[in-house]
Write a protein that binds this ligand. Structure first.
Ligand code: GN1
Ligand code: MG
Length: 359
């Protein structure tokens, strides 16, 4: 890894390198140098991203597009977008012995949150994610590489789970019988977004696809969201995934892998704050059907991640980083509790959206 530093022209000025963040896929480091600028150095997980050069191409296209727009709906793009730090040879990534590395400028004076109880902060996150969508509305999604095919194809995620259960290579299915049943009981509603996309009832857009709270940098002083990060999964998709996934994490009262499910609730006030921020930015561009499906998308994406965690457990934890043997089951159970919470608050959330769009 040390060799990488030379490609970026970092020499004796590096004073500290530390593992950074809580990502489940890539390896991330914070590089401090003598100058005031800090850098994020990441090794791209090539089991997940099979063509890292296409990931980087997408990120370049999208960040350049946003930068060139400058301003939209009161949001300035100068700081609102991730900045790739190029190598001395002006490359967006480095590959050495089949390991792929890339660097970003660290967004100064900012931090990320794993959870929040602050509606105002979460509203700012809604604004940032909505603005991200807004900035990219004029960008043709077909210009992007599909770096992970069928990433948010929920019915295909269901098929993958069924296959993993049938094969049961690691004899684990018996341990998650109840969890499997929970999913199977709900399988009929899994195609609401994919069907609508296929029938062109909702538009294909450029979407982030991984809008969890810790992918939004928040200014330490103003508590405003400054920048949406982790653009690895920027691909053609539905705006609904970005709305749903952000709510899934940010409006939950506990972490994604909370062991004590009695602590996991959906905080309606946080939901409303986020939806307000998001709709402030996007109401003009969303179609009526997209608006209609916002609440369903929260349910759908939570079901989807439950299935992904279960599938990964059945496949011997090969995809998500795990800290302990049962980690993926714990994650799945936490998300199931959240699904129940979303079901409980479904009508209430629908009313909130109705109220917000009337304003
Ligand atoms: C992964 O890399 P990270 O931690 O931001 C995953 C997301 C999941 C998330 C769950 C490429 O995101 O899809 O929602 O974990 N990213 C990929 O925590 O699979
Ligand atoms: Mg991340």
């Amino acid at each position: 890894m040390i060799k990488i530093l030379e490609y970026y022209g970092f020499k004796d000025d590096v004073i500290d390198i530390k593992p950074f963040g809580n990502g489940n896929i890539n390896k991330t480091f914070l590089v401090k140098t003598n100058s005031k600028v800090k850098y994020i150095l990441q090794e791209i997980n090539t089991k997940v991203f099979k063509k890292p050069e296409e990931v980087m191409k997408n990120i370049e296209l999208v960040t350049n597009h946003i930068k060139n727009i400058h301003h939209i709906n009161g949001i300035n793009s100068d700081n609102a977008v991730l900045e790739i730090f190029y190598t001395l040879d002006n490359e967006s990534f480095v590959s050495i012995d089949k390991h792929y590395w890339r660097a970003y400028k660290y967004v100064s004076n900012s931090m990320t949150y794993e959870t929040t109880e602050d509606p105002e902060l979460f509203k700012q996150v809604g604004i940032a994610i909505g603005a991200f969508q807004n900035f990219l509305t004029g960008f043709d999604p077909n210009k992007l590489f599909v770096t992970i095919p069928d990433f948010h194809d929920t019915p295909k995620r269901y098929e993958a789970l069924r296959k993993a259960i049938d094969i049961d290579n690691y004899d684990r299915a018996i341990n998650v019988y109840n969890e499997i049943k929970f999913i199977v009981n709900r399988k009929d509603k899994l195609s609401i977004v994919t069907d609508a996309l296929e029938k062109k009832e909702i538009p294909l857009r450029v979407t982030h696809n991984d809008t969890k709270l810790n992918n939004i940098m928040i200014d330490k002083d103003s508590k405003k969201a400054v920048c949406v990060i982790d653009l690895d999964t920027v691909m053609p998709g539905s705006a609904l995934y970005d709305f749903g996934d952000a709510v899934r994490i940010g409006a939950s009262t506990a972490k994604e892998d909370e062991k004590d499910v009695s602590k996991i609730h959906l905080n309606i006030e946080l939901f409303e704050a986020f939806a307000q921020g998001f709709l402030d930015q996007t109401l003009d561009i969303l179609t009526p059907l997209e608006v209609d499906l916002l609440v369903d998308s929260v349910w759908l994406i939570t079901m989807e991640i439950t299935m992904r965690f279960l599938t990964d457990y059945l496949e011997n934890d090969q995809y998500f980083k795990t800290d302990y043997a049962e980690h993926n089951i714990i994650r799945a159970r936490a998300q199931m509790k959240l699904v129940e919470e979303i079901e409980k608050h479904y009508e209430g959330m629908k009313m909130i959206i109705k109220k917000l769009i009337r304003k």
